[in-house]
Design a protein around this ligand. Structure first.
Ligand SMILES: Cc1cc2nc3c(=O)[nH]c(=O)nc-3n(C[C@H](O)[C@H](O)[C@H](O)COP(=O)(O)OP(=O)(O)OC[C@H]3O[C@@H](n4cnc5c(N)ncnc54)[C@H](O)[C@@H]3O)c2cc1C
Length: 407
């Protein structure tokens, strides 16, 4: 059996291990910390379970099949009607459709020609959306939706990186999973990774905790399933990888705050998956997830998870706990029309949460030294390698197992 080593036992590292062991490799995973899961952690706060990072994944046949094989039961966020309702806050109110009748009509007229308006490589999301869809859909739909996913600045996010796949050639026929939309294991995202690690161990995969070898100490092929900053540090010390390290060092990372709040009742909050806040509405938070509406049974109380920060608000990292709470409660009062005090809170700070999907990232991914790393037996996978979401990471990991160079 050919050997492969993986650095990092977060989501990327463990799903890569799964597809590589299936492709017949003898896999060893090195994890520098004392636990698996990386950013994904489901914390038991006593009164609720809450997530530190991803709270769900866009389901796919690959993910569903994987979960069935390792014995993880998935729940769809849309299982309950409330879980299907998503809101955008605009003109002082949480709305399921934030555009006015006239704005909707204008958007409707533009849709048939959308396919012909593919973004150019240099175009930002703002420029593309204004050109292709118009001002109101950009400000009230596209910008809030993308800030909820990418936490980026629409004036800098690269349209081609985000939407390029939608415009590229005829679409392959896609199989649909049984459960559509966002899914998660009943007891939280970390249970998926724990079950996966246990399954992999039974299949002969070695997962070494507290293990962070230098690149000189690991054989090739090697999969680096690490935060980009850590990839840069390791490549900078490896022979012939300095150029790739310098290119990757240009990837900008964005800060995020994830704040769980517990209320005894819903306190007038809209019943739904969550709400995104359009900019210019006097609300600092990026969005809020109504966690126990979506994932019932995790808490008997009303649990909200507020997300702040991103490219246009790096200052949130300098706020103390009291300032964070006060900011959120002021935002919440605007959303619900009522001041309410949570009985419990939990604040998670992520100084480098996500990569910024800008033109610089596109350049980095197209950089010759970065693209030729596989020639040296080094493969990169993570949220900065072209697909931000976990479902994209699954697709990339699946490709690793089929990669000709790799095999
Ligand atoms: C608030 C928030 C909400 C999010 N929500 C969503 C969501 O709803 N949907 C979604 O798809 N995504 C979401 N994400 C993003 C998603 O959680 C991350 O992209 C994903 O978990 C990253 O996984 P990873 O394995 O690539 O990296 P990590 O989780 O960072 O894992 C890397 C691992 O490598 C280890 N490591 C570091 N250095 C070394 C070394 N030298 N040697 C060995 N090991 C090392 C680390 O300890 C870690 O375990 C969210 C993120 C945040 C912050």
């Amino acid at each position: 059996m050919r050997k492969v080593e993986i650095l990092g036992a977060g989501f990327s590292g463990l799903v890569s291990a799964y597809f590589l062991q299936r492709a017949g490799f003898l896999v060893t995973v090195h994890e520098s910390s004392s636990r698996i899961g990386g950013m994904i952690q489901t914390r038991d706060l006593g009164w609720t379970l809450t997530e530190t990072a991803a709270n769900g994944i866009l389901n796919s046949v690959a993910f569903e099949t994987l979960c069935a094989e390792i014995g993880v039961e998935l729940v769809a966020s849309s299982k309950h009607p409330e879980g299907k309702r998503r809101f955008i806050y605009r003109r002082g109110k949480a709305r399921r459709w934030p555009l006015t009748g006239v704005e909707s009509f204008r958007l409707f007229l533009k849709l048939p020609s959308l396919k012909r308006k593919s973004p150019s490589p240099l175009e930002t999301v703002e420029d593309w959306a204004l050109r292709a869809l118009g001002s109101a859909p950009y400000h009230s739909l596209i910008a809030p939706a993308l800030q909820g996913i990418y936490a980026g600045d629409p004036a800098k996010l690269n349209a081609s990186l985000l939407f390029g796949r939608f415009f590229s050639g005829p679409k392959k026929k896609k199989m649909h999973p049984k459960l559509r939309g966002t899914v998660a294991p009943l007891k939280g995202m970390e249970t998926f990774l724990i079950s996966l690690a246990n399954y992999l161990a039974k299949k002969g995969v070695t997962i070494s905790l507290n293990s962070a070898p230098s690149l000189a100490g690991v054989e090739r092929p090697l999969v680096m399933a690490l935060p980009v900053t850590e990839v840069v540090r390791l490549l900078a010390d490896a022979p012939n990888c300095v150029d790739a390290a310098q290119a990757l060092a240009r990837v900008e990372t964005l800060p995020l705050l994830s704040v769980s709040l517990g209320f005894r009742t819903s306190e007038n909050a809209p019943e739904g998956f969550g709400c995104l806040f359009a900019r210019g509405e006097g609300i600092r938070s990026l969005g809020v997830l109504f966690e126990n509406t979506v994932w019932k049974k995790r808490s008997e109380f009303h649990l909200e998870r507020w997300i702040l920060g991103g490219a246009t608000d790096r200052g949130v990292m300098d706020l103390c706990d009291a300032e964070i709470l006060s900011t959120i409660l002021t935002d919440r009062e605007k959303l619900t029309g009522r001041r309410a005090e949570p009985f419990a809170h939990d604040i998670k700070r992520w100084p480098k949460a996500l990569p910024h999907y800008t033109f610089t990232l596109l350049e980095v991914l197209e950089n010759k030294s970065v693209k030729s790393l596989p020639d040296a037996g080094i493969y990169l996978i993570g949220n900065y390698t072209g697909r931000l979401g976990l479902s994209g990471i699954i697709e990339q990991a699946e490709q690793l197992g089929k990669n000709e160079k790799f095999i």
